[in-house]
Design a protein around this ligand. Structure first.
Ligand SMILES: NC(=O)C1=CN([C@@H]2O[C@H](COP(=O)(O)OP(=O)(O)OC[C@H]3O[C@@H](n4cnc5c(N)ncnc54)[C@H](OP(=O)(O)O)[C@@H]3O)[C@@H](O)[C@H]2O)C=CC1
Ligand SMILES: [Fe+3]
Length: 433
């Protein structure tokens, strides 16, 4: 602030002891400093706010900027800023700067967040603090009255709140499918055929788990939309709140999709290395030699060629659209498109991606579903399980929801016209919208 041309005085309990301050700074006692200034930044921890009650007279009509943070969420019943306003009722309390770290201010780091959330009940006081924020080269964001202080104080304490559910879900999916495949592909051959297949743990099994996790998570991105549509159709109105779990699920669809995209990337990488694997080269060479020795020919099968090419093609196209979905969900790109364009990409192209990836899995796993070994092993192939959710989502969406949506919308609209009381109460905001 000194560098930006403001005249600054520091308040301290021991003005003589403050050796850390710049030379040009004037250091006074708390009450003297408070008297001299009209904007006062309270840069102390909340536990020490008590002494401010002694200064209430001096602080009357002044702007107090609360920069404090807490150690954990819900540490105190009310926000620090509201507590300060309660302690010094005559002052105009403004919450600001708490999300900007000392490191960012000192090093003028360009990679740190430049956004300063500001809130306060007195709009003039808030404007003056926002002007200071601007002159420091930072960007103020007006968050409203002091009621918003709690949210602003919680902000630096949150650890990826929207990523928790997708992260745990994908971890559970991966662990489940990993052990499932280990039982089928490592333990079963060992018990019944005494074959050591442990090498499959490195590439083969992860390359089953990744695509399965990617497809399941992608389907889970679209499942809540389908559930929400069923709920609205069932209730005959969209003016009712969704249950909390569905609400939260809808809000973290982007994160679910991005994790799914990560798994799809891994699947692509793990698939590209197939030709250089020892196990694969050994199998191919041995098969060829065995055929040569037995003087056996294997005729070219057009249907197999078609199947193999089409599942690879669908996989590649699905992956391309998947990447496109990921790119358009980035804020810098989604800011460039309007709501309709965003909906088009995320919904229409999203469903196309889901269809292509499901078809890719279906055709690839197709041969395996029919293999008699399933009956022997009692466990269905992991691909069968992987297809349950995507196929359910697609069937419900295209066979149940889309055909009846127009009819129901007309019904709802007619119901509205016939029931003026309902529409009136909805317009007056009495309904839970
Ligand atoms: N450090 C950071 O990056 C950020 C800090 N904050 C917030 O800023 C505030 C200050 O943080 P920080 O500077 O790290 O904290 P410090 O622990 O360094 O304390 C700041 C000052 O508080 C004064 N103080 C300490 N005890 C008392 C007391 N009993 N009575 C009166 N004054 C006292 C001291 O001043 P003196 O000895 O001169 O009297 C001290 O220099 C906190 O609320 C923090 O949450 C917010 C965002 C980022
Ligand atoms: Fe694949």
């Amino acid at each position: 602030m000194l560098q930006c041309g403001y005249s600054i005085v520091f308040g301290s309990r021991n003005p003589r002891m403050s050796s850390l301050l710049p030379n040009s700074a004037e250091v006074l006692s708390y009450s003297e400093a408070a008297q001299k200034s009209d904007i006062i930044i309270i840069a102390i921890h909340r536990e020490h706010y008590d002494f401010l009650t002694e200064l209430t007279e001096v602080l009357n009509g002044k702007i107090l900027v609360d920069v404090s943070n807490n150690l954990k969420i819900k540490q105190y019943p009310e926000s620090n800023a509201e507590y300060l306003a309660h302690l010094v009722p005559g002052a105009h309390v403004v919450k600001a700067f708490n999300t900007i770290s000392a490191w960012a201010l000192q090093s003028r780091a360009l990679d740190a967040s430049r956004q300063v959330f500001v809130c306060g009940n007195d709009s003039k006081a808030k404007q003056r603090v926002m002007d200071i924020v601007r002159s420091l080269g930072l960007t103020p964001l007006d968050k409203g009255s002091l009621m918003a202080a709690k949210e602003i104080e919680n902000y630096p304490l949150q650890l990826f709140p929207m990523w928790k559910f997708p992260f745990y879900l994908s971890a559970v999916l991966c662990v489940f499918f990993f052990f499932y495949c280990v039982i089928r592909e490592v333990i079963y051959p060992y018990v019944y055929e005494k074959k050591d297949r442990t090498f499959r743990l490195a590439i083969s099994i992860p390359n089953r788990v990744f695509p399965i996790a990617a497809l399941t998570l992608l389907a889970l991105v679209y499942l809540p939309g389908v559930i929400a549509a069923i709920l609205q159709l069932y209730r005959g109105t969209k003016y009712r709140r969704f249950p909390d779990w569905l609400d939260h699920w809808m809000l973290c669809r982007k994160q679910l999709g991005l994790i799914a995209l990560g798994f799809a990337f891994l699947h692509v990488l793990y698939t590209l290395v197939i030709p250089i694997r020892y196990y694969v080269r050994w199998t191919w060479t041995n098969r060829t030699i065995a055929q040569a020795i037995a003087k056996k020919e294997s005729p070219f099968s057009t249907s197999t060629a078609w199947l193999s090419d089409s599942y690879v093609a669908m996989g590649m196209l699905g992956f391309f659209l998947f990447v496109l979905l990921g790119i358009t969900s980035l804020p810098s790109v989604s800011n460039m498109v309007n709501w309709r364009e965003f909906r088009f990409v995320q919904s229409k192209l999203g469903y196309l991606t889901l269809i292509l990836c499901t078809a890719h899995t279906l055709v690839y796993g197709g041969k395996r579903f029919l293999s008699p070994s399933i009956l022997v092993w009692y466990l269905p192939s992991a691909y069968v399980i992987a297809l349950i959710i995507p196929c359910t989502v697609l069937v419900i969406k295209f066979i149940l929801i889309l055909p009846c949506i127009d009819k129901t919308l007309t019904r709802i609209r007619k119901g509205w016209e016939r029931n003026p009381k309902f529409s009136e109460s909805a317009l007056n905001g009495k309904t839970d919208i």
